[in-house]
Design a protein around this ligand. Structure first.
Ligand SMILES: Nc1ncnc2c1ncn2[C@@H]1O[C@H](COP(=O)(O)OP(=O)(O)OP(=O)(O)O)[C@@H](O)[C@H]1O
Length: 555
């Protein structure tokens, strides 16, 4: 299962990986030929007659070594390049998938795990593919080739094989069993550490004001300590693998040395064969040790692959849309809509109301009454458990999600600003918006005056999440952003809750003209904002408590 998934990830890079493997295989063949030539040279010094003279043999060895080095340079470069390409592609795919996954999926996820996946886990995975996986066959060829050559030189070596192979296998099994699962646990714990850091940065003003640094530090240190313990477990295993394998291989080397010495003494082996044999023994040590760590790395990579697979196999939202689908008059109807968040009591209960095209409706009610949830359903962020939401006579479930969202301008309760200029924040999702339109939207949202007074006006950087602006200023920019989109439907979720009274009054005064011809849902508790509305819908406990038409307002 994981193997198939790995295959699908690597499929686009098969050509490069194959080329890399071919170069490594060639390098293995060259490596394998060196002891053979070395044997001839050694034999010469022991007085054996050789077809080639010592100079030629030395040149041949140097030539082979140089060719090996050149191949290694090429393979290093190609492996690095392929690794970076795979990493960039995987990061892009995971980012796209994370953006397309429903909000509810993200809410069910551990904080920080997505960041850990993109920043850390994927690096391990691309390294695994381009180093560990690609090296596997060349390593086997080098190790196997050395064994075959040794067997050809001295078949008594065959006696060792039944002893060594099971020993190696048992060692691998023992370690592999322990490493399995450890990779996944390390990956999860790493996500906790990332999440802790992220949360601390988010909460820093609160942490400082509550003087909670020590408590937060202790909480973070506990997570780091857990990660350290897990990583140490892994390090201990790797620390054990290498020397253990080295010991097995060295012990075998000693036995082989004795066998070779014995054979040389009895004349079964010629001097050149003995030298070649010893060089093959020496050659065997590195690939066998590396093969041992390949096994460990496979086990840890499995954890990362499973995590990646979990994310990638989730069904993303379909955000494709055609331009024509954007046309809407803006008549909205909720028809017996029910919805519960996972594991919670119903947030909406048979919610039924209608908003005419071009109407301005205030949605009000106590905290937790379900106002934001209703809006979330209209935006297609969540799907109703039962009932229908109808836009211009069509169930939104049958509409293209992208088209639906393009038709709605939404100012959420939280102010989502990015660390960019005021202009870029207002032109969010519309990077080519003309400056006049940006200024016009800012004027209606009562943002223009304060923005103009900023040191660099519309080019002023607002800081992370808009931290260099006041709450009300951030809110004005969020509102300007939604107005710039010029959507047929506008949803303002407490969009003016942080406006000062004057700013709100000015917005309200300009609002009627600015919002004319649009369907507007205002979620608000503020009397001034309620004044803009043609109708007030009061929500209580997930359903409509009252639906009042404000006659005086209908002009
Ligand atoms: N992501 C969520 N997961 C689980 N429950 C949620 C989630 N968001 C809201 N709820 C619950 O759903 C109910 C409705 O919440 P909602 O945010 O829609 O209320 P609201 O009317 O917008 O409140 P407020 O005036 O405080 O903004 C509440 O009981 C709330 O606890």
């Amino acid at each position: 299962m994981t193997l198939l998934f790995l295959k699908s990830i690597l499929a686009p890079h098969r050509g490069r990986l194959m080329l890399l493997m071919a170069i490594l295989l060639l390098e293995s063949v060259i490596t394998l030929s060196i002891p053979w030539v070395g044997g001839r040279l050694g034999g010469y010094f022991f007085g054996e007659g050789q077809q080639m003279g010592p100079v030629l043999l030395t040149v041949a060895i140097l030539g082979l070594l140089a060719a090996g080095s050149v191949l290694r340079m090429v393979s290093n470069w190609l492996s690095g390049r392929t690794s970076e390409t795979i990493l960039a592609e995987l990061r892009s795919q995971v980012f796209a998938q994370l953006q397309a996954l429903p909000i509810l999926w993200h809410q069910g996820e551990k904080r920080g795990s997505a960041i850990a996946l993109i920043s850390w886990d994927l690096v391990r995975l691309s390294d695994f593919a381009t180093v560990t996986l690609v090296q596997l066959l060349p390593l086997l060829v080098t190790a196997g080739g050395a064994c075959v050559m040794m067997l050809a030189i001295d078949p008594t070596l065959a006696l060792l094989v039944p002893v060594l192979v099971p020993a190696f296998f048992i060692l691998q099994k023992l370690i592999g069993r322990r490493l399995r699962g450890l990779g996944t646990r390390i990956q999860k714990q790493n996500a906790e550490v990332v999440a802790g850091t992220e949360e601390m940065l988010d909460l820093l003003p609160v942490i400082k004001s509550f003087h909670a640094e020590r408590i937060e530090q202790a909480r973070f240190d506990a997570e780091v300590s857990k990660l350290k313990d897990l990583t140490l477990k892994e390090t201990r295993l790797y620390a054990f693998i290498d020397p253990a394998i080295q010991f097995v291989v060295s012990a075998a080397t000693v036995v082989l040395l004795v066998l070779a010495g014995q054979s040389l003494r009895t004349g079964q082996l010629s001097a050149s064969e003995a030298v070649s044999f010893l060089m093959y023994v020496a050659l065997l040590v590195r690939p066998v040790s590396q093969l041992a760590s390949v096994y460990g790395r496979v086990q840890t990579a499995r954890g990362t692959l499973e995590r990646l697979q979990d994310v990638m196999r989730e069904t993303p939202e379909n955000l494709e849309y055609s331009a024509e689908a954007l046309q809407t008059a803006g008549e909205i109807a909720f028809d017996h809509v029910a919805f519960s968040y996972p594991g919670r009591t119903p947030a909406l209960r048979k919610l039924t109301f209608r908003i005419g095209a071009g109407e301005i409706v205030a949605l009000t009610g106590a905290n937790g009454a379900g106002k934001s949830t209703a809006v979330g359903l209209l935006l297609g962020l969540y799907q109703p458990d039962s009932g229908r939401i109808i836009l211009d006579g069509r169930d939104i479930a049958d509409m293209e999600l992208g088209a639906l969202r393009r038709a709605i301008g939404y100012v959420p309760q939280s102010r989502y600003l990015r660390n960019a200029t005021v202009r870029e924040n207002i032109a969010f999702g519309m990077p080519d918006a003309p400056m006049e339109a940006i200024v016009k939207a800012a004027r209606i949202a009562q943002a223009h005056d304060f923005v103009s007074a900023l040191p660099e006006g519309y080019e002023t950087i607002v800081g992370d999440k808009g931290v260099k602006l006041s709450g009300g200023q951030q809110q004005r920019i969020s509102l300007a952003r939604a107005l710039l989109k010029n959507p047929p439907i506008l949803i303002l979720d407490e969009a003016t809750s942080m406006y000062d009274l004057e700013g709100e009054a000015e917005f309200v005064a300009e609002c009627r003209a600015a919002l004319a011809g649009r369907t507007v849902i205002l979620i608000t508790h503020r009397p001034a904002s309620l004044e803009i509305a043609d109708r007030i819908l009061v929500l209580e406990n997930g359903t409509i408590r009252s639906d009042a038409v404000l006659k005086g307002m209908q002009t």
